[in-house]
Write a protein that binds this ligand. Structure first.
Ligand SMILES: Cc1cc2nc3c(=O)[nH]c(=O)nc-3n(C[C@H](O)[C@H](O)[C@H](O)COP(=O)(O)O)c2cc1C
Length: 219
């Protein structure tokens, strides 16, 4: 198994695109949200699969890191928004240590974006409205709840899910008390543009008061 994996790993490449985008940091806007929005649009236009998924890293109270994929729900003056159950493992970690990091990777553009900062739980009404704007499936999944709890059998989930789908269809405004919308307030945002010669461009924005400073980093 090890050899197969080794061979596969050796056969794979990154930054193997016919042409990589050029990124001149001297043209970067003053606000990283503007650059994020522009890179996000480029990723969508390039046909990047699921560009709105991101790794969300949190830590537990022992300082041990944790990470999983979540969906981006928006970017506004409050920061990068995502939603989950406050009772889940990540929800409990965020309640105890409200600080997180995000990473996006868009291979079709050889680009990575990293965001770090404190996390705030937004108002429950806004969380419910955000869920309401999504699909019946999203509501059914939220209604199942119990995220991150041990599950005895898969059949137990299937039964709970079937009930939740019925309820979601019949009661589109059903309350989901554990559903939370979070905003990661950016203190640092880093943009990475891959380069075939490995002269990758790394531009880091650091928040200072109401504005941002920019600096380049060695790759
Ligand atoms: C593509 C993708 C998107 C996901 N989006 C979310 C999401 O927006 N919110 C969420 O709670 N979990 C989402 N998940 C599930 C999480 O990765 C994770 O399994 C779950 O939130 C439990 O994490 P926790 O035990 O660390 O709390 C998604 C998973 C994948 C693969």
């Amino acid at each position: 198994m090890g050899t197969d994996l080794d061979e596969l790993l050796k056969s794979l490449r990154v930054w193997d695109l016919p042409e990589l985008p050029r990124f001149d940091p001297r043209d970067a806007p003053a606000d990283p949200r503007e650059l994020f929005t522009s890179w996000f649009g480029d990723a969508v236009a390039a046909g990047q699969v699921e560009p709105h998924t991101m790794s969300l890293a949190t830590a537990d109270t022992d300082g041990l890191p944790d990470v999983r994929i979540v969906m981006l729900h928006g970017v506004d003056e409050r920061g990068w928004l995502f939603a989950s159950h406050s009772t889940s493992r990540k929800g409990r970690q965020l309640a105890a240590l409200p600080y997180a990091a995000l990473a996006f990777y868009w291979p079709s553009r050889a680009r990575q974006v990293r965001v770090r900062g404190p996390v705030r739980t937004l108002d429950a009404q806004e969380a419910r409205a955000d869920l309401g704007a999504r699909s019946t499936g999203a509501l059914a999944a939220a209604l199942v709840g119990r995220q991150s709890e041990p599950l005895t059998t898969y059949e137990e989930l299937a039964r709970a899910s079937a009930t939740a789908w019925e309820r979601a269809a019949a009661e589109p405004d059903a309350a989901v008390p554990s559903w939370a919308l979070y905003a990661l307030d950016p203190r640092e945002v880093e943009f990475f543009q891959g380069d075939t010669e490995r002269r990758h461009v790394r531009l880091r924005y650091v928040r200072e008061g109401d504005g941002w400073t920019q600096e380049l980093l060695w790759p």
